[in-house]
Design a protein around this ligand. Structure first.
Ligand code: ZN
Length: 186
């Protein structure tokens, strides 16, 4: 597939991340694409639902599985013809869920240094051997700078709202991007 095509879908995922930011959530968004169209889009809802498992990917998976048109019958690997575009590398929890659902492939924006499950911390997508579930390819770097900058926008606001505000110097939005990974991914 052309790079432009990947970027087109990643822009849709970024829209979901923007929605998360507006709602006061860590800005991570995703879309699932099947047969050249978005079948589900979601964003992080952990604060809203007070549930740390409500990451964008799992929100979208729940929607897909509950929708009779998208999942007409039970299947061992309901996402085998579906690709995921997500602004931040899936965490270990989501990377595992995606493997158990048989996801076709994953494209992400920036890496997740803290808890990345597609290589940054653990290679749940394929580095880790599993006797049953097929591995999947995960490729980063699509709209990476946008993905990092929106995370920084979130954390800078969070710092401003802290009971003891940090110095102004810390609140200046850093716009230069380090070459490898995001430093503020959740
Ligand atoms: Zn996750």
């Amino acid at each position: 597939m052309e790079n432009d095509e990947h970027i087109k879908w990643m822009k849709e995922a970024m829209k979901m991340a923007e929605e998360a930011l507006a709602a006061g959530e860590v800005p991570v968004g995703c879309v699932f694409v099947r047969d050249e169209r978005v079948i589900a889009g979601a964003r992080n809802r952990t604060n809203e639902l007070r549930n740390a498992t409500r990451h964008a990917e799992l929100e979208a998976i729940d929607f897909i599985l509950a929708n009779e048109e998208l999942t007409p019958e039970p299947s061992k690997y309901p996402l085998s013809t579906t690709s995921l575009y997500v602004t931040v590398e899936p965490c270990i929890m989501c990377a595992s869920a995606l493997r158990q659902m048989g996801i076709k492939q994953v494209f992400y924006g920036c890496g997740n240094d803290r808890f990345g499950g597609c290589g940054s911390v653990l290679g749940v997508n394929k580095g880790v051997e599993h006797p049953v579930h097929p591995s999947y390819q995960a490729t980063g770097g699509f709209c990476r700078e946008e993905a990092i900058l929106i995370l920084r926008r979130f954390y800078i606001t969070e710092n401003t709202n802290a009971p003891v505000p940090r110095s102004k110097a810390n609140r200046v939005l850093k716009t230069e991007i380090d070459p490898l990974t995001a430093d503020e991914a959740s």
